[in-house]
Every structure is written in C-alpha cells, then in structure tokens.
Design a binder for this molecule. Sequence first.
Ligand SMILES: Nc1ncnc2c1ncn2[C@@H]1O[C@H](COP(=O)(O)OP(=O)(O)OP(=O)(O)O)[C@@H](O)[C@H]1O
Length: 445
Amino acid sequence: MSQRTLQSEEEMMDERDDVMVEVSDLRTYYDEGKLFGGNPVKAVDGVSFEIKRGETLGLVGESGCGKTTLGRTLVQLEEATSGEIHFDGTDITTLSGPELKAWRRDAQIVFQDPDSSLNDRMTVGEIVREPLDVHDWKTPRERQQRVRELLEKVGLQREHYYRYPHQFSGGQRQRIGVARTLTLEPKFIVLDEPVSALDVSVQAEVINLLEDLQDEFDLTYLFIAHDLSVVRHICDRVAVMYLGNIMEIGPTEELFADPANPYTHALLSAIPEPDPTAHRDRITLQGTPPNPRDPPSGCPFSTRCPARIRPEEYENLDDTLWTQLDLLREIVRERKRAERGMSDRLKSLLGRESRFGSINEIYDELFKGLEIPDSIQPVLEQVADDVRAKNEESALELLNEEFGSVCDTDIPAYHPVGDDGRVSLCHRHEPGHDTPRAVIDRRHR
Ligand SMILES: Nc1ncnc2c1ncn2[C@@H]1O[C@H](COP(=O)(O)OP(=O)(O)OP(=O)(O)O)[C@@H](O)[C@H]1O
C-alpha cells in the first residue's frame, strides 16, 4: 500500500472520529391518524446528516416542518419510526431499559419556553438537582454542591437554590433550564428555540452563555431556531428543513452567502436586507406547505417551488400566468384532499371557503386580465368541467400531465454544491438544467 493511500486512510479515520452524531434515513411519524383510518403525520421523513464533535449545527425552516420532532427524536423523547441514530458508533434507537437510561446522561434538551418547562412548585435547587437524583449521583451533599456550582456557572447565585422559578425573569429562568441540562455533564444538547421566548435585550446574554458553556464543557449543539440572524451568528453549519426533509445542509457562511436550494433562497429572502441598495427581492411563496400526512410524491418543495422545472413547451410562458396555473393545481389538490377528509362545515369554519368556491369564481380570481394562450384554454375548460363534476382527481391528473415535470413525480437526489461538503436536494442540480439561482434571478428579479 502506498504512503499516500495510508495517509488518506488515516485522514479518513480522523474525520470519522470527528463525527459525534450520525443520522441515517431517519423517519418519525405520528401515528394517531391511523385511529381514523388516515395516514400518519410524516413529521420527519427520511433525513440523513452528521454532527461533528464540538460543533453547532443549526436547524431552520418554517413552523411545522419537523424541527422539534427531529430534535426530540435525537434525544429519544420521540421514538423513531425507522432509520438509525448513531452516537459515537452506538445506534441509540435500539437502546432500552438501563442502557437507554445510562445514555440519556449524554444527551439533553433545552426547551423554548422556560415558563412551561420549569415546575413552579419546586425550588430552583430541586429542579436543577432532579436529574442527579434520578441517576442516584453521588451523595445528597455532593449533589447540592454541584447544583450550587452550576447556578454560578450559568450566571445565577448559589443563594438562588431555595428560590422558586416565578421569582426570576424569563432570561434567568432559561438559565435555570440550562443549568438543569448540564447537571449530568452531557456531551450533546438540543437547543429548541432557546431564546425565542425571551426579550430581545436578554437574548444575546443567553446566546453568549451558551457559547461560553460550549467552550468550557466541549459541548456539541443542535440549535433549532426561527431567527436566521441568530443562526448565522452562532452556528458552524446549518440544515434547512422543509416538510420533514433536509433541503440543504452545509457551512453557515457559504449557505447564507450563496444559497443553492430554491427553498433556502426563499427562506433567506425573507430576512430584511441590511444594505438598502443591495438588490434582492423577496420571494413570495405561493400557497401553504402541503399536509405532512399527504406530502407530494416528487420533490417535497415542488408544490411551491419558485424554480420548479417546467415542461419544455412552457419554458417561456409568462411568469404570472405560470404562477397562477401552479396555484390552480394547488387549489385542486387541496380540494381533492379535503373531499376525502373534511366536512363542508369544517371547511367553512376554517375560513377556507375561497378554495371551495365555484370554479368560475376561482378562475376569475386567478386568471382575470391575463392572456391565456390557445394551447392552454382547452386544458382549463376540461379542468373546470371535472371540478364541477366533483372529479378533482381527474382534474389534477390532467393538470399534472400538462404542467407537471420531474419535480412533481420523482424524489430528487442530494447533490454536492460547492466544495465545502454542502449538499442540496433539487433536480435542478442535475446536468442539463439551469441552476436554481439562474432561474430565480430570471423569474423573480
Ligand atoms: N405529538 C404530535 N402528534 C401529532 N402530530 C404532531 C405532534 N407533534 C408535532 N406534530 C406535527 O408534526 C409536524 C412537525 O411538527 P414540529 O413541531 O416538529 O415542527 P416544527 O418545525 O418544530 O414547528 P415549530 O417551529 O412551530 O415548533 C407538524 O405537522 C405538527 O403538527
């Protein structure tokens, strides 16, 4: 074996050592739908990624995309439906009983809302000490000593031991929560929106505390957040989640500076631009995310993607008309779904009548004033007839046949983007297609 091969193998071993958490094709479904004969909620739907020792991986995405479920599954508060989670080589999804209890010391979670995660009837000392009691750690005196030290570490005082949570501010309560997670010297902590519930003025203090603790105790973080500027500040790498899938994952700065995936583009375009002369338009996503019980069969983002691949004959169709046609497909899809599950009364309670108005009203709303090419007119007429006949299924089939593409039918692969280990889930990274950026620049500038 040549020297070169040996070296590269050593390097590879080093890299493996560097990985603390390795997640493979993980799914977490909530099954309660089955009681009513429906599909399960596919909250996490096949994610694979690694977290390196000592790093902070950010997890971002719209509300309901599965961030909390993924975080909770990693610390085994939620049971994985399938897939593997390796912590330092051990698949923790297979642990139970005493083995699981022993492992739990290594992985903790800090919740978003310090108000509801702290028991107001317990003193701060009892709250922070509880994990030590559960694990029967050393003597009661040593436990008390450790708790007092931890209170100091998180910026509180030893004397706070006998106070109650309600005697503290939001920021202080979150510090109590952080102290509690540290008691058993974990290696890995899921921070689930740890500062979102706090006043802006104290957010930075808690973030700084988390960074200091990470350095001092060699902690590895999964940092779940809505606030992208906080993520940019604190995270080494970021995973962007949509509908239970990771759409893009890679080093923070590269991802923020040059997003590859259309969904990352859309998400980042919502951040206010600090430089008012910078030219970046906000990408307004059409519609709402699909129901996680019934996700699209192709790319998870296909129903709202601003860069969806079009059939060749429509490549140059007017963008406004194309957007409205996409919206029509979404309306028909939603009607089809609702026909199966919801009563008319429920629909109207949800204030979604516009989606369920007559097809003439819908067409009026979508296409009024737009010029419809002769090739499209007959398709729209047939769709209208199908919808009037309550045959949403064949209307949708026709729309998919006419306007659909590989994005609607095939699950994309992850493609390397750049040379920093970043990957993105999008058909547009295949050879022969314009990149997402090129299309977004063309269609949305
Ligand atoms: N216990 C549960 N039972 C059934 N469905 C659930 C449960 N918890 C979450 N869900 C559903 O799973 C999906 C993912 O939810 P999750 O809370 O993980 O998303 P999220 O990205 O963390 O949202 P947010 O940012 O609002 O906290 C949602 O559709 C949600 O309604």
